[in-house]
Design a protein around this ligand. Structure first.
Ligand code: NAD
Length: 463
């Protein structure tokens, strides 16, 4: 659907339009921000069925997953921003200080300007409309460049955003590498990028040329540590749900499970049971299982599965033409296995046996910092031991992937999984400059601060 791409020559004009609208100051009043935030909610509400249909076409996704991963977290962002934007934008006085109080020092939350949002394909509404809500809340203009991998969703975004929102302040540019490269030649006031690490580096380098501040939301391989002291059925169910939802294309998906050897067969048998219950007629016939976004990614996963030395205990089938990769469980995966290299971003759960929790922690510590570390254990000390010895964007016990849906939680990585946040107050702060301000009356020079003017003498000692 490249015919829907924005012509390259139009791209500078889009930025100019957004910047002029921003400079008109109309995005600043809180009442305007609230009205536009609410409009994002209506955009989604009025068109839920169309978005579900588009996501079915783009990702073969069931409506339940669209509700859970796209609608729910986006409505949550709308609600949190709408309810809090007044509080967030309030002028903040500083702590009392006798020397400066007469100057009435304040800190004002000012919008940075025009925000560029370049986002990934996997939860395309939450990853575009969520950050857009934060940009609106902070009083900025914004241009969204959604992933070209979900063309049906993009057509809707491009149609609906100008209809529901101020069309000069908020824009969609459609396109792939050529369009994004053109976009990156321009000067933005902040860039939020959500996607893979390789492109993250391209974005960071392009931004550096203009000294543009950026937020990078990247991926990684998220580990799970399983303790034998668990409700094993619940563990198996939640692990499979977290791994196989959206066909494994969720950035916080659990990728590999570190399990003590003595508990490995119990876990595998519980996973097989849960697998059978999820897909009683086989996953290929199930409308609850999504498809891989492109044939290229399906072929990439097929290539990785061919190279594993692990034992495939469930799934393993791939049909590249149909963009189908079966939900797959690979047992006895070692640190050197092909599947332990790059982020899989597909429905493949790896089981890595270890001796004990210390070996599990050392395994995680030896790798790049992930977006999430998961622990399944009913023992609080066990949970705490794993969490305090590791770093990650999120640390969840007895759950996977749910955290972006929690009101008030920011989403953000650390180390190789990125920096900065989207969602919530922290996202508002990303797009805000805290501008300090004071107004100093002339009598201050006589009573307090006159010693600063030459010729200098000893009066400063009394200050
Ligand atoms: P991607 O990096 O392929 O694409 C993301 C965006 O970058 C798209 O809009 C794409 O058009 C653009 N892009 C691609 N190549 C480019 C280039 N050469 N120059 C400039 N722009 C380019 O990522 P994806 O496949 O859409 O998403 C999967 C990745 O995103 C995974 O790594 C996943 O973990 C990550 N992700 C992270 C989060 C998070 O919150 N941290 C959320 C969702 C996805």
């Amino acid at each position: 659907m490249s015919e829907q791409y924005t012509p390259l020559d139009d791209i500078p004009r889009v930025l100019a339009c957004a910047r002029n609208a921003f400079l008109s100051d109309r995005a600043k009043p809180v009442a305007f921000r609230k009205q536009q935030i609410a409009q994002v909610g209506y955009l989604l509400k009025d068109n839920e069925e169309r978005f579900k249909e588009a996501l079915k076409l783009d990702l073969g996704r069931h409506a339940v997953e669209t509700e859970l991963f796209d609608f729910g977290p986006t409505y949550k962002d709308v609600r949190v921003a709408y309810d809090n934007v007044e509080k967030w934008t309030k002028v903040q006085p500083i702590d009392f200080n006798l020397n400066y109080i007469a100057m009435r020092p304040t800190i004002k939350a000012e919008p940075k300007g025009v925000i560029l949002i370049v986002s990934a394909f996997n939860v395309p509404l939450f990853l575009t409309l969520g950050p857009l809500v934060s940009a609106i809340a902070s009083g900025c203009a914004a241009v969204i460049k959604p992933s070209e991998a979900v063309p049906h969703v993009n057509l809707l975004l491009a149609e609906l955003i100008p209809k529901y929102l101020d069309p000069e302040l908020y824009h969609v540019i459609q396109g792939g590498v050529a369009e994004t490269s053109k976009i990156l030649e321009l000067r933005w006031d902040h860039i939020l990028y959500i996607g893979g690490e390789r492109v993250g580096r391209i974005i960071a380098q392009a931004a550096a040329k203009h000294l543009t501040p950026i937020t990078l939301e990247l991926g990684g391989k998220n580990p799970v540590v399983v303790d034998p002291k668990v409700d094993i059925e619940m563990t198996a169910r939640r692990l499979l749900w977290g791994r196989f939802s959206n066909a494994g294309q969720v950035c916080t998906c659990p990728e590999y499970v570190l399990v003590p050897r003595t508990f490995q067969s119990t876990l595998i048998s519980a996973l097989k049971d849960a697998y059978g219950k999820f897909y009683p007629d086989g996953p290929e016939n199930s409308d609850s299982f999504s498809r891989i976004v492109t044939r290229e990614h399906a072929a990439r996963l097929q290539g990785l599965l061919k190279r594993t030395n692990g034992e495939i205990v469930c799934g393993g089938d791939v049909d590249v033409e149909k963009k189908y990769v079966a939900p797959t469980i690979v047992n006895n995966v070692t640190a050197e296995d092909a599947l332990m290299g790059e982020e899989m971003f597909g429905p493949v759960l790896l089981i890595v046996p270890v001796e004990d929790v210390d070996e599990a922690i050392a395994f995680i510590q030896a790798r790049e910092t992930p977006l999430a570390v998961y622990v399944f254990s009913q023992d609080k000390k066990f949970q705490e031991k794993v969490f305090s010895s590791t770093r990650s964007g999120a640390a969840l016990a007895n759950e996977t992937v749910l955290s972006p849906a929690v009101p008030g939680f920011p989403v953000g990585g650390v180390g190789a999984s990125g920096y900065g946040y989207y969602a919530g107050k922290q996202a508002f702060e990303q797009f805000t400059h805290y501008r300090v301000s004071l107004d100093n009356p002339s009598w201050v020079d006589t009573l307090v601060f006159g010693f600063r003017f030459p010729p200098y003498n000893d009066r400063y000692k009394k200050y």
